[in-house]
Design a protein around this ligand. Structure first.
Ligand code: DAH
Length: 338
């Protein structure tokens, strides 16, 4: 083998590779390929046996020279690449250019409404509680006096995972979960997402509710009225008219719906309030004794009230929005207004 020629070839191969190398791992790879244990130079040295003994010292010396040369070249090229990179890839920066501006974000109107609702309830002494969004039939329906066959359990209205598991349709199941774990007195609120198969100007398949529950010895409907009037006035402004209208919920008795005076027409009657002058903001009532028995509270010893409100509905009333779907389209033209 003409090893002089072979060495010349190796040197020019290395030069070519070095010209293209940029990153540390490129240089590492070149070093391995030529100077490593299984590399080209080592390969040549192994060929020393085929060389006549007189020529071996010269051969060895020549290879070692070449090895040193390649080592120096690779080290130098790698050092240069490093300093090029430290200087920003060889390009100089124009420090007089304006910086990149990130426009400030803002809180989503639903979160704004939710934050305000939670703050008022905290001030009224309610403590936050939590429950799963994927709920069992028992907690979402059965334990709340909504037996099999009740219209709210229909496939058209709820998202079922299987026969026994459902995406919760309301935050009311948190009432049961809390009462199972805690003894009275308790005063909790539970904000969260709920799901129903609905989609129009006032319904989306996912929306937010806040549940409230206050249980103690001697809680009366007057307590319910007092708390919810304070709540409505703080949320919608002092002097906001509030009225309680008899209603029905399976898990409260008696039950009521709470309305505030229409903010658009000030009670005169308009399209938004359906000419009634009133807007519904929440449902409420005295906790049904059946719920207490299910969680082993004695209904003779304890009474309580509960309420549940839709956050989107409150936000629509507060901000004067007439289509609930706008909240979820993520159109900045809409969101920037709040
Ligand atoms: N869970 C009811 C719903 O989704 C709202 C509700 C009404 C909650 C009355 C309550 C209540 O706690 O007492 O329509």
């Amino acid at each position: 083998m003409d090893w002089e020629k072979k060495l010349g070839e190796l040197e020019s191969q290395v030069s070519e590779l070095l010209a293209q190398a940029q990153k540390a791992e490129d240089f590492f790879r070149i070093k391995q390929q030529f100077l490593g244990k299984q590399g080209e130079i080592a390969g040549l040295l192994r060929g020393i046996r085929e060389i006549s003994p007189e020529l071996r010292p010269i051969f060895g010396q020549r290879i070692n020279q070449a090895k040193q040369l390649l080592e120096d070249r690779i080290a130098e090229a790698s050092r240069q690449a490093e300093s090029r990179q430290a200087r920003g890839g060889g390009e100089t920066q124009d420090l007089t250019l304006p910086g990149v501006w990130n426009p400030p974000g803002r809180i989503h109107p639903i979160s704004q409404a939710l934050d305000e609702i939670c703050e008022i309830l905290e001030d009224l002494g309610f403590q936050i509680a939590d429950g799963p969004e994927i709920e069992t039939d028992f907690y979402n329906f059965e334990a709340l006096n909504i037996p099999k066959g009740h219209p709210a359990r229909e496939m058209q209205d709820s998202f079922y995972i299987d026969d026994e598991i459902v995406l919760r349709t309301q935050t009311s199941p948190v009432q049961i979960r809390v009462m199972e774990k805690q003894k009275p007195p308790l005063r909790i609120y539970a904000p969260g997402r709920v799901y129903r198969r609905d989609m129009d100007v006032s319904h989306t398949p996912m929306f937010h509710q806040v549940e409230g529950l206050w249980v103690d010895g001697g809680i009366t409907f007057s307590d319910l009225k007092g708390v919810l009037m304070l709540f409505a006035e703080r949320l919608f402004g002092e002097g906001t008219p509030v009225r309680f209208r008899p209603s029905f919920f399976p898990f409260t008795e008696p039950s009521a719906e709470v309305d505030i005076g229409c903010r658009i027409c000030r009670g005169e009657g308009c399209r938004v309030c359906g000419n009634s002058g009133w807007l519904e903001i929440l449902g409420a009532g005295m906790v049904h004794p059946g719920l207490f028995r299910r969680v082993e509270y004695d209904p003779a010893e304890y009474t309580g009230f509960a309420f549940g409100l839709g956050v989107e509905r409150i936000a629509m009333l507060k901000f004067g929005i007439n289509d609930i779907r706008l909240f979820f389209e993520n159109d900045l033209h809409f969101l920037k207004q709040f």
